[in-house]
Design a protein around this ligand. Structure first.
Ligand code: MG
Length: 389
């Protein structure tokens, strides 16, 4: 039985290697909401909310999640006992269905506490809670293949240079962010810069429209370029349009923003709206939901992989644990710490070997890495603690 004694919220400003341009200007540090959950036996579990500073990718923001966690969600969990972390999702979801990132931060922390309580590596705990994992009896992987997501570059040549450098570092898949106007030129330049064994995919973040003939023509051209997937070509809600498009394309459509939970994954499978899923546990409300999506996909023979949300090394630990499950057959967006952060908040930092793999720390329960609390103290902009009432 786990009893959560307190949940501390902290906002840190983690310095980025490269400044990050947003519609609000250029930021040199990412604002990140971290949680530190302490149970009645004195175990500490750190977790991370994947919300960004500004709305855009999602309506959830750092400030919005802070308020919701402090006022609504943390008081529901502080003082509560549970046997199984899979029960926590239902406790959080009532009246907060759309708050997936805020819920996910708390929910995943309870899995880390359970992992420590049972002295089981997090990947092992997840495998035991996955229906298909139990049925197959497969152990979590000890290494996960890694891909890189490259933002929109200033020219096809610049994209090709970045992709070539990434492949030389060992990345197993290159994913290009695309917009309709420049997609074909970029993909052609990058494909010819890469060896044939490096997988190339694209992510349109919903920027194409089926009612625009030029967009459809571009998708047809992309379809002939040997891509491993076209991620989220159309807006998230358009599952019928995505099904029409998938029927037209030989290339797998991968859904990301569309997959808000297992219900949408089931709709995707039944309608044929895609043939691959990018699962982000911090965006779908946590591990219980991510495991349900994984199990649906495994049963339907839909390959999945674990995406990233510019997490610190704390959020990364949860993604690596999830990506170690057998259904995650495609490389995850699990770039090493040094790609984004001048210094990460965990020790050791996450690294990638020359074969493009991240090691899963299966020898430890919890996150599998040590949290650098002193460094987090230095970075903390605000903190507050919610205790059992
Ligand atoms: Mg995406």
């Amino acid at each position: 039985m786990i009893r959560v004694a307190s949940i501390t919220l902290r906002e840190i400003r983690l310095p980025l290697v490269e400044p990050f341009r947003t519609s609000h200007g250029t930021v040199k540090a990412r604002r990140i909401l971290l949680l530190e959950m302490i149970d009645a036996d004195g175990r500490h579990a750190w977790s991370e909310c994947v919300a960004q500073e500004a709305a855009g990718y999602s309506h959830e923001t750092v400030d919005g999640c802070w308020t919701l966690i402090e006022e609504l969600l943390a008081p529901r969990i502080a003082g509560v006992s549970f046997r199984d972390p899979a029960q926590v999702h239902a406790m959080l979801e009532a009246g907060a269905a759309e708050a997936r990132m805020a819920r996910g931060a708390i929910e995943m922390g309870t899995w880390a506490l359970a992992s420590m309580g049972e002295n089981l590596p997090l990947g092992e705990l997840l495998a035991r809670h996955s229906e298909t994992g139990r049925e197959s009896g497969s152990a979590p992987r000890s290494y996960v293949e890694t891909g890189i997501a490259l933002g929109i570059q200033r020219s096809p040549e610049a994209a090709a240079d970045r992709a070539r450098a990434a492949a030389a570092e060992g990345y197993r898949r290159v994913k290009l962010k695309i917009v309709p106007a420049s997609a074909v030129a970029e993909v052609k330049a990058v494909r010819s810069a890469l060896q044939p064994d490096v997988s190339l995919g694209v992510d349109a973040n919903g920027s194409f429209r089926l009612d625009q003939p030029a967009h459809v023509a571009t998708l047809d051209e992309l379809d002939a370029l040997g891509l491993s997937m076209i991620e989220q070509p159309l807006p998230p809600d358009d599952l019928h349009g995505l099904a029409q498009l998938q029927a037209r394309l030989a290339t797998a459509v991968c859904l990301d923003e569309s997959i808000t939970g297992p219900l949408r994954a089931r709709e995707m499978i039944e309608l044929g709206s895609g043939r691959m899923v990018n699962v982000k546990p911090g965006r779908v409300g946590g591990f219980q939901q991510a495991l349900a999506i994984h199990d649906l996909c495994v049963r339907a023979h839909v390959p999945t992989w674990c995406g990233g949300m510019l997490e610190s090394g704390i959020g990364r630990a949860y993604n690596v644990a999830l990506a170690s499950l057998p259904g995650f057959t495609e490389p995850g967006d699990l770039s090493p710490s040094a790609r984004y952060w001048k210094r990460d908040v965990v020790k050791p930092e996450w690294t990638m070997d020359a074969a493009g793999r991240v090691r899963v720390p299966l020898e430890h329960p919890g996150l599998g890495v040590e949290v650098d609390v002193g460094f987090i103290d230095d970075l903390t902009a605000r903190a507050t603690t919610v205790r059992a009432g």
